[in-house]
Write a protein that binds this ligand. Structure first.
Ligand code: IYR
Length: 222
């Protein structure tokens, strides 16, 4: 057996059979295809340990130079949620009443959205994903590599973990989002990336009737 290189460990491969690989790939696709973004939440609590596991899963995502340039702020405090709702609705009011183009408003019609965001208080948890563009090391600014790509990947893992736990989420982007850094008292090197309410769906929740693009529309094989 070859010796391991300095600083390396052996990978323990999963070793699925070809049939298992095929069935697992299909089953995972069918499972992920059931994920839907949701705006109507139940106030049913979700234990903190579940949120911890979901965040730990997100933090397994690949990142530039393994810098893991993310912070997940998990909010269950009613007081902070209400501050976030108030500030988000103020920004969203401006968005829906002048800042968004006519075309944008038309494109959002099928989703039935407006500036009122009750889910920011009803969902038991809000996870605010922060992007750390740089770190301060010995008083010096050190840029993180591919911070946006890395945080996007971690957020994808987060959404998959939420779905796997049988919970629902919304990838919410109140804009501009800087009020979140202020409310959460985050350091200068962190910028809000996405706001993700997490919880159980409201009873009889409805989602827009959407079609996903076909494989032919999204993939090209060479
Ligand atoms: N941020 C607004 C508007 C909005 C924009 C897009 I693109 C969406 O897919 C949904 C909403 C809001 O959250 O209402």
């Amino acid at each position: 057996m070859a010796d391991t290189k300095d600083g390396f460990i052996r990978l323990e491969p999963l070793r699925f059979s070809e049939e298992e690989t095929l069935s697992r790939s299909k089953e995972f696709y069918e499972f992920m295809d059931k994920r839907r973004s949701l705006r109507v939440f139940s106030d049913k609590p979700v234990p903190k340990e579940v949120i911890e596991n979901i965040i730990k899963t997100a933090s397994t995502a690949p990142s530039g130079a393994h810098q893991q340039p993310w912070t997940f702020c998990a909010v269950s405090s009613a007081d902070i949620k209400s501050k976030i709702r108030e500030a988000a609705e103020k920004e969203e009011y401006e968005n829906y009443h002048g800042r968004m183009s006519e075309r944008w408003l038309k494109d959002l019609e099928p989703f039935g959205t407006d500036h009122i965001k009750p889910f920011l208080e009803i969902a038991p948890w809000l996870i605010i994903v922060m992007k750390r563009s740089y770190e301060i090391v010995d008083g010096e600014k050190k840029n993180n590599y591919y911070a946006t790509e890395s945080v996007g990947l971690a957020t994808g893992f987060l959404l998959a973990a939420i779905h796997n736990a049988g919970l629902v989420a919304l990838t919410h982007t109140p804009s501009p989002m800087n009020f979140l850094a202020k409310v959460l008292e985050r350091p200068e090197n962190e910028k809000p990336f996405l706001l993700i309410p997490v919880g159980h769906p409201a009873a009889n929740a409805q989602v827009p009737k959407l079609e996903r693009k076909t494989l032919e529309e999204v993939a090209v094989f060479y």
